[in-house]
Design a protein around this ligand. Structure first.
Ligand code: ATP
Length: 270
């Protein structure tokens, strides 16, 4: 059963931990490293899975879930880890990671990045399982729309019965905006994320979102899906859920700050 109140409370605390530190001396810490196409993030939880601290940085060192700039990825993870260690006054010694569906052949490279930052890899999850550590759904589809990829997983009786990964994500929305507004890609990215522009942005990228939703609709055909759960940074866009619900024809739920669902779930497994 999806408990909206619990998921929202968890994400609200992680959001706060991006600015504040809730560490109490003696807490055993759980660390999740999320290596994404658009962002690299580290979330730190205590043993009760309560957020302690987190750091997030824009990054362009992965493509389609695969590390294409190892040195760049290592530098960012080291930097985020050092920032957290300074804030917390402790050393972070182990961390969990997660892989998008279909990229399992690159697990070693992901592990090398974390080990290069002097953390032992305690667990390697798949991203849908990580997201579901927070969402706790037993039946339904989790759709994780990141920067470069859209991951989809179908849960039945608490088990993943189908996964897919499509090369579409927020980067494509940014490219459409760059074209329509005659902006450099970097400026279009900032424009897209500005809360003041969300309504205008949605108008310009609606067709792309409908296309994403149609891809999801095709994947879930043949499965009995009562609800779709959106996560991933691209779903921060206000109104995404309505377009998905209308296009797919299935009730669509978007938790508070979908960007933080997967990184939090990764840390929960550490
Ligand atoms: P991938 O899953 O493809 O490896 P990732 O894990 O880095 O990528 P996320 O961190 O889930 O992906 O999401 C990154 C995407 O979310 C980027 O395209 C970014 O532009 C988009 N994004 C972040 N915040 C917002 C926002 N407020 N409005 C719209 N898009 C947003």
């Amino acid at each position: 059963m999806y408990n909206e109140r619990l998921v929202e409370a968890q994400i609200e605390k992680v959001e706060k931990s991006l600015k504040e530190t809730f560490y109490q001396k003696g807490d055993k810490l759980k660390v999740g490293v999320d290596l994404g196409t658009a962002y690299i993030g580290i979330v730190v939880l205590n043993e009760q899975d309560e957020p302690v601290a987190s750091e997030l940085q824009e990054a362009h060192v992965l493509k389609d879930g695969i590390i294409v700039d190892y040195v760049g990825a290592l530098k960012i993870v080291k930097n985020l880890k050092e920032k957290l260690e300074t804030r917390l006054g402790v050393r972070l010694l182990r961390a969990s990671i997660a892989m998008p569906p279909g990229t399992e052949s690159s697990i070693k490279t992901h592990c090398y990045v974390v080990e290069g930052a002097e953390m032992e890899v305690s667990q390697v999850l798949d991203e849908p399982t990580a997201a579901n550590n927070v969402l706790h759904i037993t039946d339904g589809a989790v759709v994780d729309i990141g920067g470069g990829t859209t991951g989809l997983s179908i849960f039945k009786d608490d088990k993943v019965v189908y996964v897919a990964d499509e090369p579409t994500g927020g980067t494509h929305l940014t490219l459409v905006l760059a074209g329509s507004h005659h902006l450099p890609v970097e400026e279009a990215e900032v424009f897209k994320k500005d809360p003041a522009h969300q309504r205008e942005v949605l108008g310009h990228v609606k067709a792309v979102i409908e296309k994403m939703a149609t891809i999801v609709k095709n994947h879930i055909e043949g499965y009995q899906i009562d609800a779709i759960y959106l996560c991933g940074g691209t779903c921060c866009l206000q109104g995404m859920e309505q377009i998905f619900e209308k296009t797919v024809g299935v009730k669509t739920i978007k938790p508070a700050n979908p960007l933080l669902i997967t990184p939090t779930g990764i840390a929960m497994s550490c």
